[in-house]
Ligand binder design. Structure first.
Ligand code: SF4
Length: 329
């Protein structure tokens, strides 16, 4: 198993006027070279904070700590900011939900695409331009040469997101972190962009951490899935296993909320998980899901163990443990 990213006990805390908010509460996960790992959960569960923590792009007031965050053997926590910025440009890239977060409105697309490559690789302007045109073309943008002379505001949201994907691929990164890249797009464009991300990921061999709240998206593109709830990863599994045998009550609740073709009558009310997520300000006692969990019992007042269900399938739950699985080290 060729591990590209190895994260152990990652925590992100944010000071608020009510106390310290524990946005990410000690998560462990690994990303293999060339795989698509989906990090899925409701908004506020800590998935975006996780992505920013990996890229070293957290807001200044946030505090990050971890036992380690190793990228291809490099401990990102020990890396000075200048070297981290180099790594971000060359070997790690990020695609945001809103492309305007990354695109500069005052420069042409051609300038912005070429700059990434010229800064980090010893290539001529012509080589950078050729690669930019190739990638615009590969991301489905017609008249790529003309588009190079345009500014971001001259493109639709869908085209801007395609440009962002081309930009992320300019340096052929080993790892791409995509934070809800299709959420703001309409359903047809979303489907096209998901298909394209999957094809390009397979063509270029980059690993992708794909962040989403949408299990439909997960089913389409993931190799493996990590389900987040209240700042923790509560279940990790290969995608087929997760959908066939969801083990954590939260994962099962999420799956019950999505419509199933042929089973959910048109116009019927979709299920919802009752209750609310606990406040992450201060310490959460026991299992964070216990105020919403239909299987909660006395033992859930203690922090549940991370249980190995089989090979790559884990769930953080007392009930899984009761059914005879092993506790992870
Ligand atoms: Fe439910 Fe208990 Fe499992 Fe938490 S540990 S998900 S409360 S059964």
């Amino acid at each position: 198993m060729d591990i590209l990213l190895d994260v152990k006990d990652l925590r992100v805390d944010l000071p608020t006027e009510h106390g310290l908010l524990h946005a990410v509460r000690g998560i462990d996960f690994q990303v293999r070279r060339g795989e698509m790992l989906c990090l899925v959960g409701e908004s506020g569960c800590g998935k975006s904070m996780t992505s920013l923590a990996l890229m070293g792009l957290l807001p200044r007031r946030a505090q990050r700590s971890a036992a380690h965050i190793r990228f291809d053997g490099i401990d990102l926590q020990q890396l000075p900011e200048r070297k981290m910025a180099d790594l971000r440009g060359q070997r790690m890239a990020m695609i945001f939900q809103d492309p305007m977060t990354s695109l500069n409105p005052s420069y042409t697309l051609g300038n912005q695409l070429c700059e990434a490559l010229l800064q980090h690789r010893h290539v001529s302007y012509t080589e950078a331009r050729d690669r930019a045109i190739y990638l615009l073309h590969r991301t489905g943008i017609k008249n790529a040469e003309d588009r190079m002379r345009q500014y971001p505001h001259q493109l639709s949201g869908g085209l801007r997101q395609r440009v962002m994907i081309a930009m992320a691929l300019m340096c052929e990164p080993d790892l791409i972190i995509a934070d809800e890249p299709t959420t703001a797009l309409d359903v047809t464009i979303q489907a096209q962009i998901l298909r394209m991300i999957r094809e390009l990921q397979q063509e270029f061999g980059s690993a992708v951490v794909f962040i989403t709240h949408d299990l439909g998206v997960v089913a389409r593109i993931a190799d493996r899935v990590a389900v987040m709830y209240a700042g923790e990863i509560v279940e990790t599994a290969p995608v087929v296993q997760l959908f066939a045998h969801p083990s954590h009550p939260y994962t099962r609740g999420l799956l019950n909320c999505i419509p199933v073709r042929g089973k959910t009558p048109p116009g019927s009310r979709l299920a919802a998980i009752p209750g609310v997520v606990p406040s992450l300000v201060g310490q959460v006692q026991g299992c964070a899901f216990r105020n919403r969990c239909p299987q909660a019992h006395d033992a859930c007042e203690e922090i549940p163990p991370n249980v190995v269900i089989d090979g790559g399938h884990y769930a953080r739950c007392n009930n899984v443990h009761l059914h005879g699985a092993e506790v992870a080290a």
